[in-house]
Design a protein around this ligand. Structure first.
Ligand code: GTP
Ligand code: MG
Length: 317
């Protein structure tokens, strides 16, 4: 094969944006081929921008590096945490080279373009409009084709010339084609990250996300919205990762929910968390979990920052 000329390298940022729960994080994990970000059936799982980097060969022979920015779903809400999440999504779209707008094709009240004109999404639509935009209609594994056509048509009329791609982040259908389209829309530029990089976040932050994902899965509707995870211990001993983490809740009454009867719940969280962490980091993990009550942590910017929700993290330069 001929060596790749600098002309053939495309690199840039692609913000994955959309309403809550449409599958943005599932898609990022699928594109990276690894579990990097938390996914759950509850809205508002993602709280911050997280970059996932994928470097690959394009089908035309060139090389591409896409720095995907996973963002919180946009939706109205009050309080510093919710505002922080909104801002993270809008700023990611404003900073991106390409905007990937993900739409849940199964969601009748949210899959048509007029949803973008609502109060909560207008800022995102405005921030997106100066960039190449690609619309991906997700969850097509759950939609009949005839139902999909009018949705595709409506997006085509709303954004003439934009690519509209039906995909399933769950099964992977259409995602390789989608990635090629994103790469083609990126500028010709040198690589932004080392070729083997896959995120801008520390392993500790990723571990916090993985443990938080277990909370979402295991606590279901009982989950206190304002719960957080903080990794306090991180060492490596004889090839094993030793992780100590605190689950933070806001009220005394929430602590027994996380601990469970005779400590059953937190034990289950520990078992599932350890398995997920071992899979992500590729080595055995020893995980210790504690629960701590810290009133109103989600209501001040300083407390948010202590947990890694720092404005500008993931910003370009
Ligand atoms: N059937 C089906 N389910 C999917 C697909 N993609 C995502 N899901 C499910 O949709 C739910 C939400 O997925 P997430 O990836 O957490 O969605 P998100 O857009 O990142 O959500 P927020 O971070 O809360 O905004 C999860 O239960 C996923 O398993 C898909 O292609 N098909
Ligand atoms: Mg998410």
């Amino acid at each position: 094969m001929l060596p790749i000329a600098p002309m053939d390298v495309r690199a840039g940022f692609c913000a994955i944006v959309g309403l809550p729960n449409v599958g943005k994080s599932t898609l990022l994990n699928r594109l990276l081929g690894r579990r990097l970000v938390a996914v759950s059936s509850k809205p508002q799982t993602t709280r911050d921008r997280i970059i996932g980097v994928h470097t690959f060969e394009m089908t035309d022979g060139g090389k591409a590096q896409i720095a995907y920015v996973d963002t919180p779903g946009v939706q109205d809400g009050h309080g510093p945490l919710r505002r922080y999440m909104q801002r993270a999504a809008v700023m990611s779209a404003a900073d991106a080279d390409v905007v990937l707008m993900l739409v849940d094709a199964t969601y009748k009240a949210g899959r048509m373009p007029d949803r973008l004109a609502a109060d909560d999404t207008r800022a995102l639509a405005d921030a997106s409009k100066d960039h190449p935009i690609i619309i991906a209609l997700n969850k097509i594994d759950r939609v009949e084709k005839p139902e999909l056509f009018p949705v595709m048509e409506a997006w085509g009329a709303h954004l003439p010339g934009a690519d509209i791609v039906p995909i399933s982040a769950e099964t992977g259908e259409g995602t390789a084609e989608l990635e090629q389209l994103i790469a083609k829309a990126l500028p010709i530029a040198p690589l932004l990250f080392p070729e083997d990089a896959y995120t801008d976040r520390t392993p500790q932050f990723i571990a916090q996300e993985i443990i938080r994902e277990q909370l979402y899965h295991q606590l279901g509707k009982e989950l206190p919205y304002a719960s957080a995870v903080l990794v306090e211990e991180w060492t490596e001993r004889k090839g094993e990762l030793v992780i100590g983490a605190v689950i933070i809740v806001e009220r005394d009454s929430q602590k027994p929910i996380v601990v469970g009867k005779s400590g059953n719940r937190i034990r289950e969280l520990g078992i599932a968390g350890r398995a997920a962490l071992a899979e992500t980091f590729g080595k055995p993990v020893h995980l210790t979990l504690f629960v701590k009550v810290q009133e109103e942590w989600s209501r001040t910017e300083q407390e948010l920052a202590k947990l890694g929700y720092v404005p500008n993290v993931g910003d370009r330069k």
